[in-house]
Design a protein around this ligand. Structure first.
Ligand SMILES: [Zn+2]
Length: 252
């Protein structure tokens, strides 16, 4: 009998192939991304009754075939992060999370930080309302950049090294903040509350409660800088990112 192994991970993609089969992409903390073949998954919902749904955390038993993708033998559900009653905004945000995870994860490459971010982000998505997606999106993006190790230190001024607790201006995405001692406050200067939120989201990805962020020049500037940093690691345009932008256009 071919060797069987267990894989605990979150389903980040489902691709239908052949008549009834599905290729699942899983991200796990210990093994990075893994694609597995779920034979007959579309023929019978009982085939993998334990759950192979998108956004769910499962424990999979996998059989290594010869020259093919490993085959899913059985699956049990740990946690389903979204459900039938999830809103369009939640589904869009969750799709964004798994698309980011797909870009950053690599086969056979353990990445506990990325996995912790993925899990925390999907947990956060369950709590958001469609009327306030801006702050959760930013929390998810900041945690993602931090998990990848490409987020500048926002706690210290990039010019004098002193703390930025009193606020700061984010002029250059890669350099981080310039404190109010080094640069006079202007309309784009991040207030202390926004600096605090951004720093928190890098310390504990998507964990703290996310209050709505009032629209301001500082918030728009922040979103632009974060977009620049994301562009370094995710150069392509993600479908879910476009859908999310459309939703946010109507947010006050
Ligand atoms: Zn300074």
């Amino acid at each position: 009998m071919p060797p069987r192994t267990r894989l605990d991970g979150i389903v980040i993609r489902q691709q239908a192939i052949a008549e009834a089969d599905v290729i699942l992409s899983l991200v796990s903390a210990d093994e990075g991304r893994a694609d597995v073949l779920a034979r007959g998954a579309r023929k019978s919902s009982k085939r993998f009754a334990g759950g192979i749904a998108l956004f769910s955390e499962i424990s999979a038993v996998i059989e290594q075939g010869r020259g093919h993708l490993p085959t899913l033998v059985e699956s049990s559900l740990h946690a389903a992060f979204l459900h039938m009653a999830s809103s369009y905004g939640q589904l869009t945000l969750a799709s964004y999370v798994v698309e980011l995870a797909a870009c950053a994860s690599q086969p056979s490459h353990a990445d506990p930080a990325l996995y912790a971010w993925l899990r925390a982000s999907l947990t956060l998505v369950e709590t958001v309302s469609d009327a306030h997606l801006r702050a959760p999106r930013l929390a998810i993006e900041m945690g993602f950049l931090q998990a990848l190790g490409v987020c500048p230190d926002l706690q210290a001024c990039s010019q004098c090294g002193q703390d930025t607790a009193a606020g700061g201006t984010w002029q250059d995405a890669d350099d981080g903040l310039v404190c109010t001692r080094c640069l006079h406050a202007n309309p784009e200067t991040l207030p202390p509350s926004l600096v605090r939120a951004l720093v928190l989201w890098t310390l504990a990805p998507a964990e703290p409660p996310v209050d709505p962020l009032p629209p301001s020049a500082a918030l728009r500037a922040t979103e632009k800088r974060v977009a620049v940093l994301l562009g370094h690691v995710v150069p392509q345009t993600l479908r879910s990112a476009v859908a999310l932008r459309d939703l946010l256009r109507f947010e006050a």
